[in-house]
Structures are given as structure tokens and as C-alpha cells.
Design a protein around this ligand. Structure first.
Ligand SMILES: [Zn+2]
Length: 367
């Protein structure tokens, strides 16, 4: 698997959680991660806020309720509806502005992931089309923010399920330019290793050739947790996938976490959920979170990862019991999913002013 051997100097390795994840017993690991997570949170917050963050809707799609809410919702509706969103994040680092796209899902290519392709086969193209909605493409969102494709330094996804980055990072023709000609993919090495040879239980969710044609120096393999400028961090959150990570964004409202470990705030505060079955499940079993459970690559670690997200994220102003966790595929109310509306939605993440003149550092951009 190709990867960049030289880590960009923009990235600062954060070691606070290294020994915690090495704890062998799952219960001991949970408590060690919770403790170390408080130190990591302080470290990230001490670097100040990002320059700006913006949100764009990408697509809404049906998703099995038993996956999204771990089978604990007592609502007889087979599908919830999730909405993918992308974030633009700009941070200050080394006297310049770094521009990052978080979860820029290519909706058209995503549909070729085996799970969605089979769903289309089962219900027909038209039904699949009627059930799903796609919003403005990534280039329109960038144009709307006044950010040129050349200005994007990095793209990152919380994990690579259903992602296909060829439209962003692979040249359209041999020797040509990619849509984001200066951007590099930040992915955990474990996620890249997963893709290199998929296990049968992983195959349903990945697009195996999603990196084909992307030059090796456009892929940065990460090992653990990193700060990128002020107010942005990449924090490993294994479990949903082996190489899963969460993005941390600091605004005037404190820290936010972004991932698909849970599909709505209810998943992070099930005791206060208004979705039938969740609060009762939390009460009966004592769990703190409800997993997005489509893969169960490592459920115990996914639980621990969600507790880590809750530890890092601040609470919603006036609703401190609800963490500022932004689900990258957030459950939304839908007429075909009665009883499955989230108790609270974040919807968007907006802070600061977009720097429209941001350009990549010419000394860093490689040919
Ligand atoms: Zn996933």
C-alpha cells in the first residue's frame, strides 16, 4: 500500500493516549482511555480555536435501523435516514492558513459500495433514487465558500467505508491534474492496511480500488493522534473500523468531535433519548453509548472510542448532558421513519471567517 514516508511538518504527534490504548483488558482500557482523554482534551484546547469551520450537506440515504441504533430502538421501522455532511476547516499553522476538507464524500461513487449497490439491486434504481437525496457537489460548496480547489491542503475521512477519493485526488488522465491538485489524504495506517486486503466481513462497506491512481505522495499514513494547527486534531477511535479516527474541531463553543461511531446525539446520551427503547436500554444495561453497529469490527473498542469522544467534546450550551459530537452521517427526521427522529440535531458547524486567499505553501507542494 503506497503511503508517504515523510510526515508533513504541519502535523504534531500527540502521545497522551498511547499507553492507554495498550491496556490489555477491555474494561481497564476503557478507564485508561477516559483518564488520558481528559489530558488530550486539555492539550487540544490549549492550542486555541480553528480559524473557521463550515458545513455542507452531501447526501441523505436510508440505512438499516438495526445498524444505526444497534438494534435497541423498539420502533418497527426498518430504515433510518442519515445525512452525510462535509466540513471545511481552516487552521493557522506556521504563519499560514491550512485548509482541510473533512469527509468530502463523493456521493455518486459511494453508491458503488457493495452494500448500497445490493440495496439498489433489491429495490430498483428508481426506488433507491427516490429514497436518497444528493445536494450540491463538492466543487459547488467550495465555490460558495470562495475557496479554490488548489487551496485545499488536506482531505480526511473519519474512516474509509463507502469512500472513493479518485475524483478528488487521482489525475483525471495520465499526467493530468487532480481536482484537488495540492491536497493529500490523511488516513490511519491501519485503515490503509485494511484496504490493501479486505476481510470478507469488511468487504461489504469498502470500495476496494478507491485509491487507485492516487499518487503515493498524496497519501499520508498516520499512526495515532495528531494536532494540525490550532484547534484541529485527528484522534484515533478504533472499533467501527480498525483505522477509524475522529476529528476534533475547537470553536468559541469549545471542542467538537466528528465521526460515524454513533449516528446522532442520542447515541452519546441514550439516557435522555426520546427514541423509544434507547433510554430503557441505557437504564437496564448501564451503557453510556449506543454503537453504529453495521460492522462490529471491534465493538468494545468502539464503545471506548465513543466514551473518548464524549470526554473530549464540550456539552451543548444549555443542554450540557448532550455532547457536541457531530455525526458525519447524522440521523435526520424523515416521513418514512416515524418514531426515529433524533432528540437533538447539530445540523451544521459554523465559526469564524473563511480565508478565501489561502494557498498551499509553494515550498511544500510537490510535483
Ligand atoms: Zn462506517
Amino acid at each position: 500500500m503506497p503511503h508517504d514516508a515523510i510526515l508533513p511538518t504541519d502535523l504534531v504527534r500527540l502521545a497522551e493516549l498511547d499507553s492507554a490504548w495498550g491496556e490489555r483488558g477491555a474494561g481497564a482500557r476503557l478507564e485508561a482511555v477516559r483518564r488520558a482523554g481528559r489530558r488530550l482534551r486539555d492539550r487540544i484546547l490549549s492550542r486555541g480555536p480553528v480559524r473557521c469551520v463550515r458545513t455542507a450537506d452531501i447526501a441523505t440515504f436510508p440505512y438499516p435501523t438495526r445498524y444505526g441504533l444497534q438494534g435497541v430502538a423498539s420502533v418497527p421501522v426498518p430504515y433510518v435516514f442519515l445525512r452525510n455532511r462535509m466540513h471545511l476547516v481552516q487552521v493557522a499553522a506556521g504563519g499560514r492558513t491550512i485548509t482541510v476538507l473533512v469527509n468530502p464524500t463523493d456521493a455518486a461513487r459511494s453508491r458503488r459500495a457493495p452494500f448500497f449497490a445490493r440495496m439498489e439491486e433489491r429495490y430498483g434504481k428508481l426506488a433507491a433514487k427516490l429514497l436518497s437525496a444528493t445536494y450540491a457537489p463538492i466543487e459547488n460548496a467550495l465555490r460558495g465558500w470562495g475557496v479554490s480547489p488548489e487551496a485545499v491542503d488536506y482531505v480526511t475521512f473519519d474512516h474509509l467505508h463507502v469512500q472513493d477519493v479518485r475524483g478528488l485526488l487521482a489525475p483525471a488522465a495520465p499526467g493530468g491534474r487532480a481536482f484537488l491538485p495540492n491536497a493529500r489524504l490523511l488516513a490511519q495506517r491501519a485503515e490503509l492496511e485494511t484496504l490493501a486486503q479486505l476481510h470478507p466481513l469488511q468487504a461489504e462497506w469498502y470500495i476496494p480500488d478507491c485509491l487507485a491512481g492516487v499518487p503515493a505522495d498524496r497519501i499520508v499514513a498516520l499512526d495515532g493522534d495528531y494536532a494540525l494547527g490550532g484547534g484541529f486534531a485527528i484522534v484515533r477511535t478504533p472499533g467501527h473500523t480498525g483505522g477509524n479516527h475522529s476529528l476534533v474541531v475547537v470553536t468559541d463553543r469549545g471542542a467538537w468531535t466528528i465521526s460515524e461511531n454513533g449516528v446522532c446525539v442520542d447515541a452519546y446520551a441514550p439516557g435522555t433519548s426520546e427514541i423509544r427503547g434507547l433510554a430503557r436500554h441505557a437504564r437496564d444495561t448501564g451503557v453510556e453509548v449506543i454503537l453504529n453497529a453495521n460492522t462490529r469490527e471491534g465493538s468494545l473498542d468502539q464503545y471506548t472510542s465513543m466514551v473518548l469522544e464524549k470526554t473530549i467534546a464540550d456539552g451543548v450550551p444549555d443542554r450540557p448532558e448532550l455532547p457536541q459530537h457531530f455525526s458525519s452521517s447524522e440521523m435526520v427526521s424523515h416521513p418514512l421513519a416515524p418514531g426515529l427522529s433524533p432528540t437533538f440535531t447539530h445540523g451544521e458547524l459554523t465559526y469564524g471567517s473563511v480565508e478565501t486567499e489561502a494557498r498551499p505553501d509553494p515550498t511544500r507542494a510537490t510535483a
